[in-house]
Design a protein around this ligand. Structure first.
Ligand SMILES: [Zn+2]
Ligand SMILES: [Zn+2]
Length: 651
């Protein structure tokens, strides 16, 4: 069964059970300042899980494009990918456990034909410290479902992951109780870490058993959460049923939600019963690579990781470029750059000399033509961007190599800004900072520096205060501090300050259009509790007068204390009234729109024709502009060709 077939069956299955099928959100999160990329199906749903009404109702389902940056360096094993799709279904105060578990079980065992004998589940063991009960309800439902298939599913009380490795699995055990670390969900993690007012609840994961032997390198005994590869997690149902009270205790939420997410590629692996993501996920790219390299892919060959890396990275980069993220040195763009450069390195390793990575775009996107026609339609542009990046990288490589030669050559007596005393004898040792400089200044990949050194019999100084390791450590520390704000948590920050900045962001876009012209379009944004940042299409530096005028307009609208109104309406109608939306973004049939002003506008009578600003937006926003405070442009600069960037703060 192909990815498309499974995806289609899933969406149809939930549609038949009253769910609205919504399109995937962009890989670049909208209004979510805490994370660079959409990494799960839940992410765009957070405002609704926290209580906002969803314009499509209380039962929602989708397949969400997702990208996870965490383990780019670890891609190459048989089950991880950076890009994947997450199948999701949500109950927003609608159905709960007794519908969710039987449905997902029916989908897996009947619709796509998984053998229930291969399925294992986990449930929440309870938390005495916080007086949270064991989830016997979920366990009871699972027991009954397995029984209906003629399977006697016994329960096992494991507790922590360590307990699992110690005790293992016995007899007919199929339902495993784990602790807060494994089977509790909240944005803040375990119950003890949750702030007052935060919702959370137990979850229940499903695992597929490939039946491969346990690898004791991971722990004494095997259990569903073991990492040896025998079990693959294919889905998780989160039951948001509690809220933490100010006194630290937990109460039942009046409106309980279900959040289900399951990796499409992993479910496809289970359906094929082959523990290798390649076959279900990357086959067309692998075929192309086999033709280009003259080598055959075999899942246990030493070259398998290189095949998998090239396939994963080209696909992920194609989708990211399709969603507007071009290779560059800043934030998001840097991930695309890393993916492509790494793919080139590994394609070279496969013996494909001067690979044209862009020829892999068609095989990478072909299987998504039906589901993501808007991405597929961009394949030519995507190929061109990849070509450009490949060219840049090849230039970097040859420049780096030249620099390497320069240092190495006995005739030279100094090296770029450093006076390196040298003679025939020190040529065989490269100071750590020189190697480091090749990496940071010339962008020469670290693995290549070591390879070139090895070829020439040169040793790189690794230890000591000037050694390579120390330099790298300092470098990583710096870049971690810089990005810590973005990567923490991973879910939207809806703090009051961020909300105020978000509304200011809407006012700013409109003010820019007034001052610079209606052609000004937003091309990306990012809001933290410190500042807002907006990229927009404009081809010249703003003058001081223009900046002052934009600030004046925004502050004027703040002083007028205009109402901010949220409306839900059909997409076409929203387009007709001129609501701003991001270029290339696909929206559902019913959308949420925020309008600012005029005075007297209300939810019942939003008076769009007199509004100052109207945008497609999920919120949240302040209710009146007067809450924002004084707005100031902190910086205006070039972001990339034809794109300007503004940083704004409120004081
Ligand atoms: Zn195991
Ligand atoms: Zn907005």
């Amino acid at each position: 069964m192909t990815l498309s077939e499974i995806r289609k069956k899933y969406l149809e299955f939930y549609k038949a059970r009253g769910h609205a099928v919504i399109p995937s959100a962009s890989l670049v999160p909208e209004n979510d300042p805490t994370t660079l990329f959409t990494g799960s199906g839940m992410q765009p749903m957070v405002p609704y899980l926290l209580g906002e009404d969803h314009p499509e109702g209380t039962r929602i389902t989708d397949a969400q494009k997702s990208f996870r940056t965490g383990d780019i360096e670890e891609i190459g094993d048989n089950r991880h990918t950076t890009f994947f799709e997450m199948l999701g279904n949500w109950s927003l105060g609608d159905y709960f456990k007794k519908e969710q578990l039987p449905w997902i079980f029916e989908f897996l065992t009947k619709e796509i034909g998984l053998d229930p004998h291969h399925l294992y589940v986990t449930v929440f063991i309870g938390d005495e410290q916080n007086n949270l009960p064991r989830d016997t309800e979920a366990a009871g439902i699972w027991r009954r479902l397995f029984k209906e298939k003629g399977i006697d599913a016994e329960v096992a009380l494991l507790g922590s992951e360590a307990d699992g490795y110690e005790r293992g699995m016995k007899g007919n055990e199929r339902i495993f109780f784990y602790d807060v670390k494994k089977n509790w969900w909240s944005r803040a993690g375990v119950p003890g870490n949750m702030p007052a007012g935060e919702p959370g609840g137990p979850d229940s994961e499903m695992f597929y058993d490939f039946g491969t032997p346990h690898d004791p390198k991971f722990g004494k005994e095997c259990h569903p959460n073991c990492d040896c590869g025998r079990f693959l997690e294919i889905g998780n149902s989160v039951f948001m049923q509690y809220v933490k009270k100010p006194d630290g205790s937990f109460a039942q939420l009046p409106r309980k939600n279900v959040d289900f997410g399951g990796g499409l590629e992993r479910i496809a692996m289970a359906v094929s019963n082959i523990p290798d993501i390649i076959d279900v996920c990357h086959r067309p790219i692998i075929d192309a690579l086999e033709r280009m390299s003259g080598k055959k892919y075999a899942s246990d060959s030493p070259e398998a990781p290189a095949f998998r890396i090239v396939a994963d990275h080209v696909k992920a980069a194609s989708f990211l470029i399709g969603d507007g993220v071009l290779p560059s040195n800043n934030e998001r763009g840097y991930f695309v750059r890393r993916l492509l450069r790494r793919a080139i390195r590994y394609a070279d390793q496969l013996g494909i000399q001067n690979v044209a990575l862009s020829t892999l775009v068609e095989p990478a996107l072909g299987q998504y033509e039906e589901q993501y026609p808007e991405t597929y339609a961009l394949r030519e542009m995507i190929g061109q961007e990849i070509d450009k990046e490949e060219k840049r990288f090849r230039e970097t490589l040859s420049r780096g190599l030249k620099e390497f030669e320069r240092w190495y050559s006995p005739i030279e007596s100094s090296y770029e800004g450093y006076s390196v005393e040298r003679s025939e004898t020190i040529q065989k040792r490269m100071p750590g900072f020189v190697a480091f400089n090749l990496f940071t200044t010339y962008g020469f990949p670290i693995e290549l520096i070591f390879e070139e050194a090895k070829k020439r019999g040169i040793e790189i100084d690794m230890e000591g205060p000037q050694g390579f390791k120390e330099k790298m450590r300092e470098h990583q520390e710096l870049s971690h501090t810089a990005s810590a704000g973005v990567f923490k948590g991973g879910l939207a920050d809806h703090s009051e300050k961020t909300t105020r900045l978000h509304t200011a962001h809407h006012l700013l876009l409109k003010a820019l259009q007034i001052v610079l012209g209606p052609q000004v379009k937003q091309r990306g944004s990012n809001i933290t509790s410190e500042r807002l940042r907006m990229d927009f299409v404009h081809d010249a530096k703003m003058t001081d007068e223009q900046k002052a005028e934009v600030e004046r307009i925004v502050n004027e609208k703040i002083t007028e204390d205009l109402p901010v109104v949220r409306s839900e309406l059909p997409r076409e109608e929203a387009e007709k009234i001129g609501a701003e939306h991001e270029f290339g973004q696909k929206y559902p049939d019913r959308v949420s729109v925020y309008s600012v002003g005029p005075k007297g506008a209300t939810v019942e009578d939003p008076q769009f024709e007199k509004a100052f600003s109207i945008e497609f937006c999920g919120g949240p926003h302040v209710t009146r502009t007067g809450e924002i405070g004084h707005f100031r442009i902190a910086k205006e600069e070039a972001s990339s060709a034809g794109i300007r960037r503004i940083r704004g703060v409120i004081e």
